[in-house]
Write a protein that binds this ligand. Structure first.
Ligand code: CO8
Length: 260
């Protein structure tokens, strides 16, 4: 399918989703969010896709935020609806079966930082910049930033970033645990694809159930989360890939997973 503001490519078992509005530094307007939602649905329905890399086009930005020109004249109801649209799309990323890696290749500000935070794994180029500058615009973060940032980096650091709107570089994002690794701009996409392929090589149900346990468990108390973990652990024993993985280990050979 063709999208106006998005590219969806397939590279073996990995999908590459690129937000493609370089003239607006890939800012998210409602059309782009709706396209992102449709593209995610297409990925969810394609069981041959085992992992996703999400990035931005143009070399300067991952996503420079929600589209300020669209938001400027919103009333309260429009603002709330726009936030709810973002919440629904970003939550889809967390709840979809395939892991999503954000390859952050430039500005990840406001809604862009929030989009990256909804991904399972974040890696960044050394020129990447992060921040929640909404307070400099008279706004609050509205696509989950007030919730995901404290969960990722702790309330103290999150509060400082959300109250000041300060922009941090990739090394600082790495130091506070916002990104897993920093690469040169030239290496970033290839490293993201390597990581995605490594994930795609593992037993698909085990990866998907691990994602589900992380995403659901993080919002539960420990006892409920462990009960859910026991459930998904049990489920792995109904897959042929579990038999294959354990047998291959004992037979000292590489497993061949068939996704069953
Ligand atoms: N929205 C719309 N257009 C944008 C955005 C944006 N977020 N960011 C950049 N652009 C546009 C610029 O207007 C400019 O357009 P034009 O060429 O037509 O003038 C073009 O992209 C290039 O940008 P600059 O010329 O500004 O490029 P610079 O290299 O000088 O600066 C910056 C790059 C620092 C990234 C700068 O563009 C900037 O500060 N952008 C805004 C960053 C920002 O504040 N982001 C947060 C937005 S608010 C938000 O995301 C809220 C999320 C929650 C929504 C809740 C729903 C209610």
């Amino acid at each position: 399918m063709e999208y106006a503001n998005l590219l969806l490519e397939k590279n073996d078992s990995v999908a590459i989703l690129t937000v493609n509005r370089p003239k607006a530094l890939n800012a998210l307007n409602s059309d782009t969010l709706s396209e992102l939602s449709s593209a995610l649905d297409a990925v969810i329905q394609d069981s041959a896709i085992k992992a996703v890399v999400l990035t931005g086009s143009g070399g300067k930005a991952f996503v420079a935020g929600a589209d300020i020109s669209q938001m400027k004249d919103f009333n309260s109801l429009q603002g709330r609806r726009f936030a709810q649209l973002g919440h629904a799309v970003f939550r889809k990323i967390e709840l979809m079966p395939q892991p999503v890696i954000a390859a952050i290749n430039g500005f990840a500000l406001g809604g862009g930082c929030e989009l990256a935070m909804a991904c399972d794994i974040r890696i960044a180029a050394e020129n990447a910049k992060f921040g929640q500058p909404e307070v400099t615009l008279g706004l609050t973060a509205g696509f989950g930033g007030t919730q995901r940032l404290p969960r990722l980096v702790g309330t103290g650091i999150a509060s400082e970033l959300l109250f000041t709107g300060d922009i941090i570089d990739a090394q600082e994002a790495y130091r506070i645990g916002l990104v897993n690794k920093v690469y040169t701009s030239e290496a970033l996409l290839e490293e993201a694809l390597k990581l995605a392929r490594r994930i795609a090589d593992r037993a698909p149900a085990a990866v998907q159930l691990s994602k589900s346990a992380i995403q659901r468990g993080i919002n539960l108390d420990l006892d409920s989360a462990q009960a859910y973990e026991a459930e998904v652990f049990g489920l792995t024993f109904s897959t042929q890939d579990q038999t294959e993985g354990c047998s291959a280990f004992l037979e000292k050979r590489k497993p061949v997973f068939e996704g069953r």
